[in-house]
Every structure is written in structure tokens, then in C-alpha cells.
Design a protein around this ligand. Structure first.
Ligand code: ADP
Ligand code: ZN
Length: 745
């Protein structure tokens, strides 16, 4: 009997064992898709290994069908998935699902269509040659296959051949002798068809700045030495990191290897994508969620078949089926969108490093504001450390001015959104026909609404948050940003019928409104998740701005990412404090990154740039040091805090959130888990914190209780947790495990 181990698309489930019935002459290889029975249905799973032994009670069930005779996922990717499942305490089926192109596990799974055709050698093998010495010997079955193929010049699908009685084995032998060849056929859709209007072409002869050249030299040295290495490319905003990626990519491709370039969000980095496109033409594939399923599938197949040298993509591109990666670049490595906040909860950057390690590749992490984790490794020498301290062409960094909003409120009243200083600077830019970015990292019009008379508030019925107020036509809607519940906000109080409801706090919609009121002649637009809901809206807004048809662009952190708009000379930050109030030990790091990045959008052209930052805490170190754009000083200060409080990067954390229909249900389960973990915690010396109500105590109707594992021995923490959860299978689906969590909610 032959058994195989199959990962099935069921949450948290470990691989299952199936028997390969005798009607399949060869067992499916690792990476092939198979149809298997599960309960009373059939699902498409992926073979992840031949089990060494089978000691279950029941005999394994038979698999139903073999979808692929060759691996669909390359075995190296299956191995990477297994690492991810192990490290992030996820089910292997969940990870495999994330690694496959969309739709590949549907019942009607798109089969890789192998078309088999005769080669020239195959044709001459059939033709009776005068010289019998050269006659190729063929078994009757082999001859019959060749004859079948001789009748159809374009070749036949492998399945069709099999229907005519040819076994896969016979075909494989013929292929090995070069008598037949197989190719894969599919219609290709062009994901580049939609132009962004922001196309940038590469200036191939551009000479590098001295710093860029030194960085390229160091990194090429590491490349040429061969083998796995991680390098942190720490370059200030506008220092020309993209050009360095391109030079390295050239070199890697020239050596016959492939490049994986990861970016946080494709729509927010159109220029990086189009630069790579102009440099590598059709040898580039793009992988991201903005493509249709069909497009993604096609791109995936192109990569799988080796027709691609460079893959550009978001976090899931880390699983791209390249088979000879020489370079992995993670651009803006500090960006939180590399972390997947749903199962499997992996960090794209960290998985990229593991992939680089098995592939023996160079991994370049690029950022102006590296994560604490990466910078620490660079300081300790674990990573190579390459620095670009200056902008290209000696353009200065934007100067940053702080506006103390406490003083502003005292002088100009408590309702000020745009300080006088910022308003003046804005007017000045409008007069000079230069462009302005205005950041507020909070969407909506107001953050809450309440009755002044009875104090009634509008909370989400499903989550423990108040509804955010959005403008809706002439009225208002309250919306929950977690579960999307929404309701119309009435004109008078629901409880006491008082005729006036008061709004508190403000978001991007209100900033946009205020700007329109104050600068009626200016062309103003807004970018946040609400304004770019429609497909293509974001690209359109960004290219309109790039074309100079918008004067002022208001937005959330989406406007702070790696954009390169040379005509922006002013960046206004409405409130630097938005993130500081959160109960999250990374609040200061996030604030520093956001301010440094957004200030980095100003002054990238010939004109000098300036940033004006409004804050209630002008003495907070994350704000002061961001204004000075002094990363090393920030790192020192923040690291001292983390060390003192025993937070990452010096210790590792695992977050465990238990959900329940009632608070008690969640709490009881969490107490059980923590109790069961205690012996291991003592043995392996890790700390258990909690259980306690999660900061977001209710989410989508469920109560949430949280606990943390904290310590230096990550593997032991994971193993202990896994063992405990395995003993509580009925609980597993109510528990969310997050290893190296980025969100503390
Ligand atoms: P970063 O990603 O480091 O913020 P970019 O790669 O976006 O910086 O480069 C900033 C700007 O400098 C871009 O407009 C780019 O075209 C330009 N640039 C990069 N290298 C050079 C160079 N050697 N000479 C002139 N301009 C350059
Ligand atoms: Zn809600």
C-alpha cells in the first residue's frame, strides 16, 4: 500500500493520510494537487509528503483523483509552507492555500494542460529509415503513442492520450529519450494592460551618486561571494534605493538567477513597478490582490514555467514559484502591511528571509525607517549594514517645524484643525503653484457623536468601539471600522429627543471640508480607504496628482508611502499624536516611522521641501527625533524603553486571543489554556501574561480574552502552545494565535 500525506483546505488541520489506490500506477509527487474525501465531501488538497509510517486506528481512505502528475507547487515552496505552518502555529492547509494562485483548489480546478507533441527525433523514429542502424527501438505501446501523435501536428493534451490508453509512464519515457516534448498551454491575460498614467522609464545610463555606488559595490560583493546573507539597506527618503535594487537585479539576472521584489502595496508603489517593467520588459511578472483571479493565475503559471526573471509582488509573492532565486528585495521592510492579519498570520519579510536562506540568496531589506528588529540585527553584525545618508543630487531633506497645538487652541479656540502657521504655508504653496500633502491618519468626519443633554453615545452593537461619523449626502452615517456595521445618525437624540447631537474628534473628511472652506480656489482631493473603495480609484487619484491636476491631497498613511512626487514642497501633518494614544508598545515606533516617511515626501524635486507637524506633545521623543530625522538616536531611545519593559526585539511574544459567545466562556477557556501552559512556562522559562479582556473586548459579536507568552526561547513557547491546543481540539477554532504580533488589540 502507498500512502501520501495531504494538506487539505480546512482551518488549523494538520495534513491527513490517504491511500493511493492501485488504479494509479504512480503515486502523486510532493506538490501535486489531489482530490480527496473529507467527511462526506470531496476537496482538493496538496500532497505534502509520503508519511513515514501510519499508525492510526482506521485504515486511511483512498484518494479520489490525481489532479497533477507533476508537482503543481514546487517542492521547495511546500517546504517553505511547512516552515510557516510550524513557526506561526497555523494549519499547513491554510498556508498552502495562501501559496497557491486563487481558484486552484476549486473543484473545477484549472488543470495544468500538458500538451504532448512529437519532436523531430520522434518523427524520424517513426519513419522507416534506409539506415537500419539508426532505427530507434520502440515498444509496441511507445510506437502506438508516437503514431497517435503523428496524426495531430499541434499535439494532444496528456489527458487525451491517457484516454487512448497511453500511460503517463510511457509518455515520460518517450520524453526522456527526446522523442516527444510537452508544453503547457494557456491563454495569457496582460495585467499591464491598464496604464496607471504614472509610467516611469528607466534611465539606464544614469550615473550613480558616490554613496549609491559604494552601496552597490558592497552588495555586489556579497552577491558574488554567493550564499545566503541578509543586508539592511538603510537609506534616507529620496536617497535612490530603487536604482540600487535595479542594478543588483541586473547582475543577478545576468548570472542566470531570478529576483523577487516585494513591495508593501502595488497601487501605492506604481513607479517601482513601472521602473522594473521598463528594465525587464516581459520577463517581469506581477503578483498582487488587485489582479483578477484569472490574471493572477496566468502570472503564476508564467513564473512556474520559468518564463520570468523578476517577480514583483506584495507579501504573498514570497511564495512565488521561482526555482532559482538569487536575490530577494523587501522594499520598505518596516511596513506593517507585510504582516498578514488573518490566518495564516505570517510576516512576509520574515518568511522572505527564510526563503533566502534555503535558496542561498541575498536578501536586501530596504527602508529609511527600519524596524527595530532589523536594525538591531544590523548593529549586531548579523545583517550587513549599508547606509545611504544623503538624498540624490545633494537635495536636502525637508526641514520640519513643530506647531504646539496647545498654544494654538489657547489662542485661536478649541475647534482649530489647521493652524495659522500651516494655513499660511499652504497659501504660499498655492500661490507658487506647488503641491501639498496633508496627513491625518484617521478616516471619517468625526470620531464620535453624543447627546449633549443625556450623554447618549453611538456604539457598535457588535464591537466595543464607538461608531465613526461619515458624511452621507446631506446627513450622517455612523460606521464601525471593524465589522462595517452602519446606521443613520438621527438629527435628534434617540433617548431624550434633545434636538442637537454633538460630534467629537475629526478625521480626513473633516480636514478636506475645512481646506475647501479655507481655500475655495484650490483643487483638493482625498485618499483614504473610503475614497478609494472603487477599483482603480487609487491609481486614478495618484496619477491625477502626479499630473499636477490636484493642488492639495489629503489622506491617511496611504499618502506617506514611497511616492516620488517632485512638485510636492509642503507636507502638513494635522495631528502627529493619532497613534500615540494607543495601548501598544510600538506606538512610538509607528509614529516615528509615519512622520519621517511623510516628511520624506517633500522636497524630492528641485524645490526645497518643508514639513509642518501639529502636535499636542511637542516634546515627545518620537516626534522630536522624527523632526530631526535622526533614526539612530530614535533607535537608542526606543531600544532602552523596550529593554526596560521587556518587549521585542529583545524578547519574543506570542499573542493568544480566545473568543466566546459570552465573556465567561472566553475567559474560562483562556484560563484553561494558561493553566495548561504553566508547567512548560516554568520549565522553558517563559512568562505568561493574562488572561485579561483584550483591548478590543468585543469584536463582531464575540467576546475576546487575551494572554501573552513572552520569553527568549521562541521555539519552546510555540511547541508548548501547540501541544496544549492539540489537547483541546474543540477549542482550537476559537483561539487566534499570533506569533510576533504587530497588533496588540
Ligand atoms: P528612495 O526609495 O530611496 O526614497 P527613490 O529610489 O524613489 O528613493 O529615488 C528618489 C529620486 O531620485 C527618484 O526620482 C529617482 O529617479 C532619483 N534618482 C535616483 N538615483 C539617481 C541618480 N543617481 N541620479 C539622479 N537621480 C536619481
Ligand atoms: Zn463593529
Amino acid at each position: 500500500m502507498t500512502f501520501v500525506s495531504v494538506a487539505v483546505p480546512v482551518p488549523y488541520l494538520d495534513p491527513l493520510t490517504y491511500n493511493v489506490p492501485g488504479r494509479f500506477p504512480t503515486p502523486p509527487p510532493v506538490g501535486a494537487r489531489v482530490r480527496v474525501p473529507l467527511g462526506n465531501r470531496a476537496v482538493t488538497g496538496c500532497v505534502v509528503g509520503a508519511p513515514s509510517s501510519f499508525d492510526g486506528d482506521a485504515t486511511p481512505r483512498d484518494l479520489l483523483d490525481i489532479v497533477d502528475e507533476e508537482p503543481f507547487l514546487p517542492p521547495a515552496i511546500v517546504e517553505l509552507c511547512a516552515w510557516v505552518a510550524e513557526y506561526y502555529v497555523a494549519g499547513l492547509g491554510d498556508v498552502i492555500g495562501a501559496a497557491m494562485p486563487p481558484g486552484s483548489q476549486r473543484a473545477s480546478a484549472y488543470k495544468m494542460q500538458h500538451i504532448v507533441a512529437l519532436t523531430d527525433a520522434g518523427i524520424s523514429a517513426l519513419s522507416p529509415s534506409a539506415n537500419t542502424d539508426q532505427q530507434v527501438r520502440l515498444t509496441p505501446r511507445q510506437r502506438s503513442v508516437l503514431e497517435t501523435l503523428a496524426a495531430v501536428t499541434a499535439g494532444l493534451p496528456l489527458v487525451a492520450l491517457r484516454e487512448r490508453g497511453a500511460s503517463a509512464d510511457v509518455v515520460r519515457r518517450l520524453a526522456a529519450r527526446g522523442l516527444v516534448a510537452s508544453r503547457e498551454e494557456h491563454v495569457e491575460r496582460d495585467p499591464f494592460g491598464r496604464t496607471s498614467g504614472m509610467d516611469v522609464t528607466r534611465d539606464g545610463d544614469r550615473s550613480l551618486t558616490g554613496e549609491q555606488q559604494a552601496a552597490v559595490d558592497t552588495l555586489t560583493g556579497i552577491l558574488d561571494a554567493g550564499g545566503f546573507r541578509v543586508a539592511l539597506l538603510h537609506g534616507v527618503t529620496g536617497s535612490g534605493k530603487t536604482e540600487i535594487y535595479l542594478r543588483l537585479a541586473d547582475r543577478v539576472c545576468a548570472n542566470g538567477k531570478q529576483v523577487l521584489l516585494m513591495v508593501p502595496e502595488i497601487a501605492l508603489t506604481p513607479s517601482v513597478v513601472s521602473l522594473f517593467r521598463s528594465a525587464f520588459g516581459t520577463r517581469v511578472a506581477i503578483q498582487h490582490s488587485g489582479l483578477s483571479d484569472g490574471e493572477r493565475h496566468d502570472q503564476w503559471q508564467r513564473i512556474r514555467q520559468g518564463s520570468v526573471d523578476v517577480v514583483v509582488g506584495t507579501r504573498s509573492a514570497v511564495f512565488a514559484p521561482l526555482n532559482n532565486v538569487g536575490l530577494i528585495v523587501v522594499d520598505e521592510e518596516h511596513d506593517t502591511s507585510y504582516k498578514q492579519e488573518e490566518v495564516p498570520r505570517y510576516h512576509g519579510r520574515d518568511v522572505a528571509i527564510v526563503r533566502g536562506q534555503t535558496a542561498g540568496a541575498l536578501v536586501v531589506l530596504g527602508s529609511a525607517t527600519p524596524s527595530m528588529e532589523s536594525y538591531q540585527h544590523a548593529l549586531s553584525g548579523k545583517y550587513a549594514h549599508v547606509t545611504l545618508g544623503r538624498r540624490v543630487l545633494d537635495r536636502p531633506l525637508a526641514s520640519v517645524r513643530l506647531v504646539n497645538m496647545r498654544e494654538e487652541y489657547a489662542d485661536a479656540g478649541p475647534d482649530v484643525v489647521i493652524s495659522r502657521e500651516l494655513a499660511e504655508a499652504l497659501q504660499d504653496r498655492l500661490d507658487r503653484r506647488e503641491q501639498v500633502l496633508v496627513l491625518l491618519n484617521r478616516r471619517g468626519y468625526a470620531t464620535a457623536v453624543f447627546c449633549r443633554q443625556c450623554g447618549d453615545t453611538f456604539e457598535c452593537p457588535n464591537c466595543s468601539v464607538s461608531l465613526t461619523v461619515h458624511r452621507a449626502g446631506r446627513g450622517w452615517r455612523g460606521r464601525c471600522h471593524y465589522c462595517d456595521y452602519s446606521m443613520e445618525i438621527p438629527r435628534s437624540c434617540r433617548k431624550c429627543a434633545a434636538p442637537y447631537l454633538e460630534q467629537a474628534g475629526f478625521g480626513t473628511e473633516k480636514v478636506e471640508q475645512q481646506l475647501r472652506d479655507q481655500f475655495p480656489a484650490a483643487r483638493i482631493s482625498r485618499i483614504d480607504r473610503d475614497s478609494v473603495r472603487r477599483k482603480g480609484a487609487l491609481t486614478r487619484l495618484l496619477s491625477t496628482f502626479a499630473a499636477g491636476e490636484i493642488d492639495v491631497l489629503v489622506g491617511t498613511q496611504m499618502i506617506a508611502k514611497g511616492h516620488d512626487f517632485p512638485r510636492v514642497t509642503l507636507v502638513g501633518v494635522i495631528s502627529a499624536d493619532v497613534g500615540l494614544g494607543l495601548a501598544d508598545f510600538r506606538a512610538a515606533e509607528r509614529t516615528f516611522q509615519l512622520l519621517t516617511q511623510v516628511a520624506g515626501r517633500a522636497g524630492r524635486g528641485e524645490q526645497l521641501g518643508e514639513a509642518i507637524v501639529q502636535t499636542l506633545y511637542p516634546e515627545h521623543y518620537s516626534i522630536v527625533l522624527a523632526c530631526q530625522q535622526d533614526y539612530p538616536a530614535f533607535f537608542e531611545r526606543e531600544h532602552a524603553f523596550r529593554r526596560a519593559m521587556r518587549y521585542p526585539p529583545d524578547v519574543a511574544m506570542v499573542s493568544v486571543v480566545v473568543r466566546g459567545r459570552t465573556f465567561d466562556e472566553a475567559m474560562d477557556a483562556a484560563v484553561n489554556i494558561v493553566t495548561a501552559l504553566k508547567p512548560a512556562a516554568t520549565r522553558a522559562r517563559f512568562h505568561l501574561l493574562g488572561p485579561a479582556p483584550a483591548p478590543l473586548g468585543r469584536l463582531r459579536g464575540e467576546h475576546r480574552v487575551q494572554c501573552f507568552l513572552k520569553g527568549t526561547r521562541r521555539a519552546e513557547m510555540r511547541h508548548a502552545l501547540k501541544a496544549v491546543l492539540q489537547r483541546m481540539p474543540e477549542l482550537r477554532r476559537r483561539v487566534t494565535v499570533d506569533v510576533d504580533p504587530l497588533s496588540m488589540l
